[in-house]
Ligand binder design. Structure first.
Ligand SMILES: NC(=O)c1ccc[n+]([C@@H]2O[C@H](COP(=O)([O-])OP(=O)(O)OC[C@H]3O[C@@H](n4cnc5c(N)ncnc54)[C@H](OP(=O)(O)O)[C@@H]3O)[C@@H](O)[C@H]2O)c1
Length: 304
């Protein structure tokens, strides 16, 4: 099936955005944890272009031009004061959690400290399947709600850019592997997540709720493989693998327990859990389309 036929419109015929935009700028600073990462750096550029002050938190303390960075490591609480020593005007924080089973252990002391330093809004990225109070990110979401601070939680579905992060298997083996079977996903682009984060951070009125963040089209991995085949001009297939094989792949770059959980979450795509989000009144629907991303980044998957 041609995935373009499965495009869907925003859940409402109204053009009213879920988060009301705010065009004003302030002399305050927005701290971006994960600011060297995919969504964080895209967000930094959006904020910079709109004349907001930005400070990037990163383990190496270095960020691309034109951004100022400080050394910050979730696993080293002695670095938590660094942002506030570097800039006394931080009032909002973008939160990318560390890749651990209990991120609240490290995030709670930082959130508490940040509030004492004048931070009055947090925008946290979790995931579609991370319900408030549930494992991993759900506990951080719950903490923000419980302490009564202004916040927004963005719950993106699976990223389009994952096909770039895992380019190797397409480039070298001409295949995408997954446990998703024929399940479909409203794949989301990083730029759309960054835009949702921008809106939630700068909106005059804090959202104080959570939103799904999904893309404009539904895709099964068979359909994704067909799109790669068409655009790259060589046959790319979707190989259906077992849970054990998927866990082994995730373990190559994730802690073991986390890899098992992520493989279980990926398997739920086959049950339709991601497709079911389409049309949800709390879904922010982005614009980035998979085909455009593949066309713009073709060299990632080309053999020499
Ligand atoms: N990929 C998906 O399909 C998907 C789907 C739903 C939700 N998500 C969630 O989206 C988030 C990922 O966002 P992203 O793609 O923008 O990030 P990313 O590109 O994976 O980059 C991770 C960022 O976190 C920073 N980081 C890693 N470990 C750190 C530590 N110990 N202390 C401080 N900073 C640390 C890295 O900075 P340095 O290396 O410079 O320190 C980097 O900036 C994750 O929470 C993920 O679970 C992803």
């Amino acid at each position: 099936m041609d995935a373009s036929s499965s495009s869907f419109k925003h859940h409402t015929s109204s053009t009213e955005p879920l988060i009301k935009p705010d065009s004003s700028t302030t002399t305050m600073t927005i701290l971006i944890t994960g600011g060297t990462g995919k969504t964080g750096l895209a967000l930094a550029h959006l904020l910079h272009a709109a004349n907001h002050n930005v400070l990037i938190a990163t383990r190496k303390g270095v960020a691309p031009e034109p951004f100022k960075a400080i050394t910050f490591d979730w696993s080293d609480h002695s670095t938590f004061e660094n942002p506030f020593k570097a800039d006394a005007h931080i009032d909002r924080v973008y939160l990318i959690a560390p890749t651990v089973m209990e991120p609240l252990v490290d995030m709670k002391p930082f959130i508490d400290l940040a509030i004492t330093k004048g931070v009055n809004r947090f925008v946290l990225v979790t995931a579609t399947q991370a319900d408030k109070g549930g494992p991993i990110y759900g506990k951080v979401h719950e903490y923000l709600v419980d302490i009564g601070v202004d916040y927004a939680v963005l719950r993106p579905t699976w990223f389009i850019e994952n096909f770039g992060s895992y380019a190797y298997s397409i480039r070298e083996n001409n295949e995408i592997v997954s446990v998703t079977k024929n399940g479909r996903i409203p794949l989301i682009g990083v730029d759309d997540i960054a835009q949702a984060a921008f809106d939630a951070l700068v909106a005059e009125k804090s959202p104080n709720t959570d939103y799904y963040v999904i893309g404009p089209e539904l895709w099964s991995y068979d359909e994704v493989a067909a799109a790669f085949t068409e655009i790259l001009g060589r046959k790319i297939t979707h190989r259906h693998i077992t849970h054990e094989e998927q866990v082994a792949l995730f373990k190559m770059f994730l802690p073991a327990e986390y890899a098992v959980l992520l493989a279980m979450i990926e398997a739920r795509i086959a049950d339709g859990v991601e497709e079911a989000i389409v049309g949800d009144p709390k879904a922010i629907v982005g614009k980035v389309k998979l085909r455009d991303y593949i066309k713009a980044n073709k060299k990632l998957w080309m053999k020499d």
